[in-house]
Design a protein around this ligand. Structure first.
Ligand SMILES: [Zn+2]
Length: 383
Protein backbone atom coordinates (compact mmCIF):
# COMPACT_ATOMS: atom_id res chain seq x y z
CA UNK A 1 0.00 0.00 0.00
CA UNK A 2 1.38 3.40 -0.96
CA UNK A 3 0.60 6.54 1.01
CA UNK A 4 -0.95 8.03 -2.11
CA UNK A 5 -3.40 5.12 -2.29
CA UNK A 6 -4.75 5.96 1.16
CA UNK A 7 -7.76 8.29 0.96
CA UNK A 8 -7.18 11.72 2.54
CA UNK A 9 -5.53 11.76 6.00
CA UNK A 10 -2.74 14.01 4.76
CA UNK A 11 -1.79 15.25 8.25
CA UNK A 12 -1.41 11.72 9.58
CA UNK A 13 0.65 10.70 6.55
CA UNK A 14 2.90 13.71 7.04
CA UNK A 15 3.38 12.93 10.74
CA UNK A 16 4.21 9.31 9.98
CA UNK A 17 6.74 10.21 7.29
CA UNK A 18 8.26 12.71 9.67
CA UNK A 19 8.99 9.99 12.25
CA UNK A 20 11.17 8.36 9.60
CA UNK A 21 12.86 11.61 8.52
CA UNK A 22 13.62 12.51 12.14
CA UNK A 23 14.55 8.97 13.11
CA UNK A 24 11.79 8.85 15.71
CA UNK A 25 9.98 5.68 14.78
CA UNK A 26 8.41 4.20 17.92
CA UNK A 27 8.50 0.46 18.49
CA UNK A 28 4.76 0.07 18.93
CA UNK A 29 1.86 2.07 17.56
CA UNK A 30 -1.86 1.90 18.05
CA UNK A 31 -3.86 3.32 15.17
CA UNK A 32 -7.29 4.06 16.51
CA UNK A 33 -10.30 5.70 14.88
CA UNK A 34 -13.76 5.09 13.47
CA UNK A 35 -14.72 2.43 10.93
CA UNK A 36 -13.76 3.22 7.36
CA UNK A 37 -11.22 5.91 8.24
CA UNK A 38 -8.29 3.95 6.81
CA UNK A 39 -6.42 2.63 9.84
CA UNK A 40 -5.27 -0.59 8.19
CA UNK A 41 -4.29 1.10 4.90
CA UNK A 42 -2.33 3.74 6.84
CA UNK A 43 -0.57 1.15 8.98
CA UNK A 44 0.39 -0.81 5.88
CA UNK A 45 1.55 2.26 3.99
CA UNK A 46 3.70 3.16 6.98
CA UNK A 47 5.16 -0.34 7.31
CA UNK A 48 5.90 -0.43 3.59
CA UNK A 49 7.56 2.98 3.78
CA UNK A 50 9.73 1.85 6.70
CA UNK A 51 10.98 -1.08 4.64
CA UNK A 52 11.14 0.45 1.16
CA UNK A 53 14.60 0.35 -0.38
CA UNK A 54 14.20 3.61 -2.28
CA UNK A 55 11.66 5.77 -0.45
CA UNK A 56 11.14 9.37 -1.54
CA UNK A 57 10.26 12.13 0.88
CA UNK A 58 6.58 11.46 0.36
CA UNK A 59 6.11 7.79 -0.46
CA UNK A 60 7.50 4.32 -0.97
CA UNK A 61 8.91 3.58 -4.42
CA UNK A 62 6.39 0.85 -5.20
CA UNK A 63 9.02 -0.91 -7.33
CA UNK A 64 11.60 -2.49 -5.04
CA UNK A 65 11.26 -6.17 -4.03
CA UNK A 66 10.09 -5.12 -0.56
CA UNK A 67 7.34 -2.86 -1.94
CA UNK A 68 6.24 -5.56 -4.38
CA UNK A 69 5.99 -8.16 -1.63
CA UNK A 70 4.17 -5.68 0.61
CA UNK A 71 1.61 -4.91 -2.09
CA UNK A 72 0.55 -8.57 -2.03
CA UNK A 73 0.85 -8.82 1.78
CA UNK A 74 3.41 -11.54 1.16
CA UNK A 75 6.55 -10.14 2.68
CA UNK A 76 8.21 -12.81 4.89
CA UNK A 77 8.85 -10.18 7.59
CA UNK A 78 5.28 -8.89 7.60
CA UNK A 79 3.01 -10.72 10.02
CA UNK A 80 -0.68 -10.41 10.68
CA UNK A 81 -2.88 -11.17 13.61
CA UNK A 82 -6.64 -10.66 13.32
CA UNK A 83 -9.77 -12.06 14.95
CA UNK A 84 -10.77 -15.51 13.76
CA UNK A 85 -13.28 -18.23 14.46
CA UNK A 86 -11.48 -21.51 15.08
CA UNK A 87 -12.52 -24.46 12.94
CA UNK A 88 -11.03 -27.68 14.34
CA UNK A 89 -8.25 -29.22 12.25
CA UNK A 90 -8.51 -26.76 9.35
CA UNK A 91 -8.55 -23.18 10.56
CA UNK A 92 -6.94 -22.90 13.96
CA UNK A 93 -4.86 -19.74 13.73
CA UNK A 94 -4.48 -16.57 11.67
CA UNK A 95 -1.89 -18.12 9.39
CA UNK A 96 -4.52 -20.64 8.28
CA UNK A 97 -6.71 -17.72 7.27
CA UNK A 98 -4.02 -15.78 5.38
CA UNK A 99 -5.30 -16.68 1.87
CA UNK A 100 -8.74 -15.30 2.74
CA UNK A 101 -7.20 -12.26 4.41
CA UNK A 102 -5.11 -11.42 1.33
CA UNK A 103 -8.07 -12.04 -0.95
CA UNK A 104 -10.32 -9.62 0.95
CA UNK A 105 -7.59 -7.00 1.16
CA UNK A 106 -7.03 -7.23 -2.59
CA UNK A 107 -10.73 -6.54 -3.15
CA UNK A 108 -10.76 -3.53 -0.86
CA UNK A 109 -8.15 -2.60 1.75
CA UNK A 110 -10.79 -0.80 3.82
CA UNK A 111 -12.10 -3.71 5.85
CA UNK A 112 -14.70 -3.81 8.63
CA UNK A 113 -15.03 -6.68 11.07
CA UNK A 114 -18.37 -7.46 9.49
CA UNK A 115 -16.86 -7.67 5.99
CA UNK A 116 -14.28 -10.06 7.38
CA UNK A 117 -16.95 -12.19 9.07
CA UNK A 118 -18.92 -12.37 5.83
CA UNK A 119 -15.83 -13.17 3.82
CA UNK A 120 -14.91 -16.16 5.99
CA UNK A 121 -18.54 -17.25 6.34
CA UNK A 122 -18.99 -16.79 10.09
CA UNK A 123 -21.65 -14.05 10.11
CA UNK A 124 -23.19 -15.20 13.37
CA UNK A 125 -20.05 -15.90 15.35
CA UNK A 126 -17.89 -13.33 17.06
CA UNK A 127 -14.29 -13.76 15.94
CA UNK A 128 -11.60 -13.21 18.56
CA UNK A 129 -7.82 -13.17 18.85
CA UNK A 130 -6.99 -16.26 20.85
CA UNK A 131 -4.21 -16.84 23.30
CA UNK A 132 -2.64 -19.27 20.83
CA UNK A 133 -1.82 -16.36 18.50
CA UNK A 134 0.71 -15.25 21.10
CA UNK A 135 2.23 -18.61 21.89
CA UNK A 136 1.71 -20.65 18.74
CA UNK A 137 -0.27 -23.78 18.23
CA UNK A 138 0.37 -27.47 17.55
CA UNK A 139 3.46 -29.57 18.07
CA UNK A 140 6.56 -30.73 16.23
CA UNK A 141 6.37 -30.42 12.44
CA UNK A 142 2.87 -29.08 12.62
CA UNK A 143 3.79 -26.29 15.01
CA UNK A 144 2.48 -22.91 13.88
CA UNK A 145 4.45 -20.05 15.31
CA UNK A 146 2.84 -17.41 17.48
CA UNK A 147 3.63 -13.72 17.81
CA UNK A 148 6.40 -14.35 20.31
CA UNK A 149 8.31 -16.87 18.18
CA UNK A 150 7.75 -14.96 14.95
CA UNK A 151 9.25 -11.84 16.40
CA UNK A 152 12.25 -13.62 17.83
CA UNK A 153 13.30 -14.96 14.43
CA UNK A 154 16.00 -13.22 12.44
CA UNK A 155 14.68 -10.97 9.69
CA UNK A 156 14.67 -12.55 6.26
CA UNK A 157 15.42 -9.42 4.33
CA UNK A 158 13.60 -6.44 5.75
CA UNK A 159 14.89 -3.57 7.82
CA UNK A 160 12.02 -4.14 10.20
CA UNK A 161 9.87 -7.09 11.06
CA UNK A 162 6.35 -5.80 11.28
CA UNK A 163 3.53 -7.31 13.31
CA UNK A 164 0.14 -5.90 12.42
CA UNK A 165 -2.61 -6.68 14.92
CA UNK A 166 -5.92 -5.76 13.35
CA UNK A 167 -8.93 -5.20 15.64
CA UNK A 168 -6.67 -5.47 18.68
CA UNK A 169 -9.68 -4.93 20.96
CA UNK A 170 -10.73 -8.48 20.05
CA UNK A 171 -7.66 -9.90 21.74
CA UNK A 172 -8.59 -12.02 24.72
CA UNK A 173 -6.99 -11.08 27.98
CA UNK A 174 -4.62 -14.02 28.19
CA UNK A 175 -3.30 -13.24 24.73
CA UNK A 176 -2.88 -9.57 25.63
CA UNK A 177 -1.00 -10.45 28.80
CA UNK A 178 1.27 -12.83 26.92
CA UNK A 179 2.43 -10.19 24.45
CA UNK A 180 3.01 -7.53 27.11
CA UNK A 181 6.61 -8.44 27.66
CA UNK A 182 7.54 -8.44 24.01
CA UNK A 183 5.73 -5.13 23.63
CA UNK A 184 7.83 -3.74 26.42
CA UNK A 185 11.18 -5.00 25.21
CA UNK A 186 10.94 -5.69 21.51
CA UNK A 187 14.09 -6.25 19.53
CA UNK A 188 15.17 -3.03 17.79
CA UNK A 189 14.27 -4.38 14.36
CA UNK A 190 10.65 -5.09 15.31
CA UNK A 191 7.65 -2.80 14.90
CA UNK A 192 4.20 -3.40 16.31
CA UNK A 193 1.31 -1.75 14.53
CA UNK A 194 -1.98 -2.33 16.32
CA UNK A 195 -5.30 -1.24 14.92
CA UNK A 196 -8.43 -0.68 16.93
CA UNK A 197 -11.85 0.88 16.57
CA UNK A 198 -12.59 0.87 20.26
CA UNK A 199 -9.80 0.97 22.83
CA UNK A 200 -12.15 0.83 25.83
CA UNK A 201 -11.86 -2.96 26.05
CA UNK A 202 -8.10 -3.00 25.76
CA UNK A 203 -5.78 -3.52 28.70
CA UNK A 204 -4.35 -0.23 29.98
CA UNK A 205 -0.98 -1.96 30.21
CA UNK A 206 -1.12 -2.55 26.44
CA UNK A 207 -2.23 0.99 25.70
CA UNK A 208 0.49 2.52 27.82
CA UNK A 209 3.16 0.64 25.86
CA UNK A 210 2.09 2.00 22.50
CA UNK A 211 2.24 5.33 20.78
CA UNK A 212 -1.37 6.20 20.03
CA UNK A 213 -2.19 7.62 16.61
CA UNK A 214 -5.74 8.96 16.44
CA UNK A 215 -7.17 8.67 12.96
CA UNK A 216 -10.10 11.00 12.25
CA UNK A 217 -12.92 10.41 9.77
CA UNK A 218 -11.92 10.97 6.14
CA UNK A 219 -12.56 14.55 5.03
CA UNK A 220 -15.51 14.95 2.64
CA UNK A 221 -13.44 16.38 -0.19
CA UNK A 222 -11.02 13.44 -0.35
CA UNK A 223 -13.88 10.97 -0.10
CA UNK A 224 -15.81 12.78 -2.83
CA UNK A 225 -12.79 12.71 -5.13
CA UNK A 226 -12.21 8.99 -4.64
CA UNK A 227 -15.84 7.96 -5.09
CA UNK A 228 -16.12 10.19 -8.14
CA UNK A 229 -12.99 8.67 -9.71
CA UNK A 230 -13.80 5.06 -8.87
CA UNK A 231 -17.54 5.00 -9.49
CA UNK A 232 -18.15 7.89 -11.90
CA UNK A 233 -20.88 9.22 -9.62
CA UNK A 234 -21.56 12.95 -9.86
CA UNK A 235 -23.81 15.84 -8.88
CA UNK A 236 -26.62 15.46 -6.38
CA UNK A 237 -26.17 11.73 -6.08
CA UNK A 238 -22.50 12.12 -5.17
CA UNK A 239 -23.27 14.93 -2.75
CA UNK A 240 -25.92 12.91 -0.97
CA UNK A 241 -23.72 9.80 -0.84
CA UNK A 242 -20.81 11.72 0.71
CA UNK A 243 -23.10 13.29 3.27
CA UNK A 244 -24.49 9.89 4.23
CA UNK A 245 -21.10 8.21 4.33
CA UNK A 246 -19.94 10.64 7.01
CA UNK A 247 -16.23 10.16 6.42
CA UNK A 248 -16.47 6.37 6.32
CA UNK A 249 -15.09 4.89 3.10
CA UNK A 250 -16.54 1.45 3.80
CA UNK A 251 -19.98 3.03 3.97
CA UNK A 252 -19.37 5.13 0.85
CA UNK A 253 -18.10 2.10 -1.06
CA UNK A 254 -21.18 0.10 -0.13
CA UNK A 255 -23.55 2.84 -1.19
CA UNK A 256 -21.67 3.50 -4.40
CA UNK A 257 -21.68 -0.19 -5.30
CA UNK A 258 -25.41 -0.64 -4.75
CA UNK A 259 -27.83 1.27 -6.91
CA UNK A 260 -30.96 1.40 -4.80
CA UNK A 261 -29.87 2.54 -1.36
CA UNK A 262 -30.41 6.32 -1.02
CA UNK A 263 -33.90 6.49 -2.48
CA UNK A 264 -34.93 3.24 -0.77
CA UNK A 265 -33.84 4.71 2.57
CA UNK A 266 -35.62 7.96 1.85
CA UNK A 267 -38.86 6.09 1.15
CA UNK A 268 -38.54 4.00 4.30
CA UNK A 269 -37.71 7.03 6.43
CA UNK A 270 -40.76 9.00 5.22
CA UNK A 271 -42.98 5.95 5.73
CA UNK A 272 -41.59 5.49 9.21
CA UNK A 273 -42.32 9.09 10.19
CA UNK A 274 -45.85 9.06 8.74
CA UNK A 275 -46.79 5.76 10.30
CA UNK A 276 -45.27 6.68 13.66
CA UNK A 277 -47.26 9.93 13.61
CA UNK A 278 -50.45 8.04 12.69
CA UNK A 279 -49.65 5.33 15.30
CA UNK A 280 -50.15 2.74 12.58
CA UNK A 281 -48.65 -0.24 14.41
CA UNK A 282 -49.48 -2.76 11.69
CA UNK A 283 -47.66 -0.73 9.08
CA UNK A 284 -44.72 -0.19 11.44
CA UNK A 285 -44.60 -3.90 12.08
CA UNK A 286 -44.42 -4.55 8.32
CA UNK A 287 -41.63 -2.02 8.03
CA UNK A 288 -39.62 -3.73 10.78
CA UNK A 289 -40.05 -7.01 8.87
CA UNK A 290 -38.88 -5.37 5.68
CA UNK A 291 -35.80 -4.04 7.47
CA UNK A 292 -35.20 -7.44 9.03
CA UNK A 293 -34.89 -8.93 5.54
CA UNK A 294 -32.28 -6.40 4.40
CA UNK A 295 -29.31 -7.80 6.30
CA UNK A 296 -27.18 -6.18 8.92
CA UNK A 297 -25.07 -3.93 6.71
CA UNK A 298 -28.09 -2.22 5.18
CA UNK A 299 -29.77 -2.00 8.56
CA UNK A 300 -26.77 -0.12 9.89
CA UNK A 301 -26.77 2.15 6.86
CA UNK A 302 -30.47 2.84 7.28
CA UNK A 303 -29.99 3.83 10.92
CA UNK A 304 -27.18 6.15 9.90
CA UNK A 305 -29.43 7.60 7.24
CA UNK A 306 -32.13 8.24 9.87
CA UNK A 307 -29.57 9.91 12.15
CA UNK A 308 -28.60 12.25 9.35
CA UNK A 309 -32.23 13.05 8.51
CA UNK A 310 -32.91 13.88 12.15
CA UNK A 311 -29.84 16.12 12.26
CA UNK A 312 -30.62 17.91 9.00
CA UNK A 313 -34.26 18.52 9.91
CA UNK A 314 -33.23 19.87 13.29
CA UNK A 315 -30.75 22.21 11.60
CA UNK A 316 -33.52 23.36 9.30
CA UNK A 317 -35.78 23.89 12.27
CA UNK A 318 -33.05 26.03 13.82
CA UNK A 319 -32.85 27.97 10.59
CA UNK A 320 -29.14 27.53 9.82
CA UNK A 321 -29.27 26.93 6.05
CA UNK A 322 -25.53 27.42 5.51
CA UNK A 323 -24.75 24.03 7.10
CA UNK A 324 -27.80 22.24 5.74
CA UNK A 325 -27.59 19.66 3.01
CA UNK A 326 -30.59 17.89 1.52
CA UNK A 327 -31.27 16.65 -1.98
CA UNK A 328 -34.45 17.66 -3.78
CA UNK A 329 -36.76 14.94 -2.52
CA UNK A 330 -35.49 15.28 1.06
CA UNK A 331 -35.95 19.00 0.83
CA UNK A 332 -39.55 18.64 -0.33
CA UNK A 333 -40.41 16.20 2.47
CA UNK A 334 -38.65 18.35 5.05
CA UNK A 335 -40.75 21.39 4.12
CA UNK A 336 -43.39 20.31 6.62
CA UNK A 337 -41.58 17.58 8.52
CA UNK A 338 -38.73 19.69 9.95
CA UNK A 339 -41.04 21.25 12.56
CA UNK A 340 -41.34 17.82 14.20
CA UNK A 341 -37.64 17.66 15.12
CA UNK A 342 -37.07 20.15 17.89
CA UNK A 343 -35.10 20.90 21.08
CA UNK A 344 -37.34 18.63 23.12
CA UNK A 345 -36.88 15.46 21.09
CA UNK A 346 -33.67 15.72 19.03
CA UNK A 347 -31.50 14.21 21.78
CA UNK A 348 -34.05 11.41 22.28
CA UNK A 349 -34.10 10.54 18.58
CA UNK A 350 -30.32 10.51 18.41
CA UNK A 351 -30.00 8.39 21.53
CA UNK A 352 -32.56 5.80 20.40
CA UNK A 353 -31.13 5.54 16.88
CA UNK A 354 -27.62 5.08 18.26
CA UNK A 355 -28.85 2.49 20.71
CA UNK A 356 -30.58 0.55 17.92
CA UNK A 357 -27.36 0.74 15.89
CA UNK A 358 -25.42 -0.62 18.87
CA UNK A 359 -27.82 -3.56 19.19
CA UNK A 360 -27.78 -4.30 15.46
CA UNK A 361 -23.97 -4.36 15.46
CA UNK A 362 -24.07 -6.78 18.39
CA UNK A 363 -26.24 -9.24 16.53
CA UNK A 364 -29.54 -8.49 18.29
CA UNK A 365 -32.79 -9.67 16.73
CA UNK A 366 -33.29 -6.90 14.23
CA UNK A 367 -37.05 -7.16 13.82
CA UNK A 368 -37.49 -6.55 17.56
CA UNK A 369 -34.84 -3.83 17.66
CA UNK A 370 -36.60 -1.92 14.88
CA UNK A 371 -40.14 -2.36 16.16
CA UNK A 372 -39.00 -1.23 19.60
CA UNK A 373 -37.36 1.80 18.06
CA UNK A 374 -40.51 2.67 16.11
CA UNK A 375 -42.62 2.57 19.27
CA UNK A 376 -40.26 5.05 20.90
CA UNK A 377 -40.54 7.27 17.84
CA UNK A 378 -44.31 7.45 18.25
CA UNK A 379 -43.70 9.04 21.65
CA UNK A 380 -40.77 11.21 20.56
CA UNK A 381 -42.64 12.73 17.61
CA UNK A 382 -45.26 14.07 20.00
CA UNK A 383 -42.82 15.92 22.21
ZN1 LIG B 1 10.14 0.41 -2.40
Amino acid sequence: MLFREVIGQETIKRDLRETVALNRVAHAYLFTGPEGSGKLPLALAYAQYLNCEHPTETDSCGECPSCKAYAKLQHPDLHFVFPIVKLPKSKECCDDYLPEWRELFAQNPYISLEMWQNHIGVENKQPIIYESEATGIGEGDKKQKGIIQKLSMTNYSAKYKVMIIWMAEKMNETCANKILKILEEPSPDTKFLMISEDTRNMLPTILSRTQIVRIPKIDDESLRQRIHDDFMIEGDELQSLIKNANGNYIQAFKMASSDDTPSQFFTMFTQLMRWAWQKDLLALNRLSEELDSLGREKQKSFLQYCLREVRENFIRNQNIPQILYMDNQENAFSEKFHTFINERNVAGFTKELNLAYYHVVRNGTSKIIFFDLFLKMIVLLRK
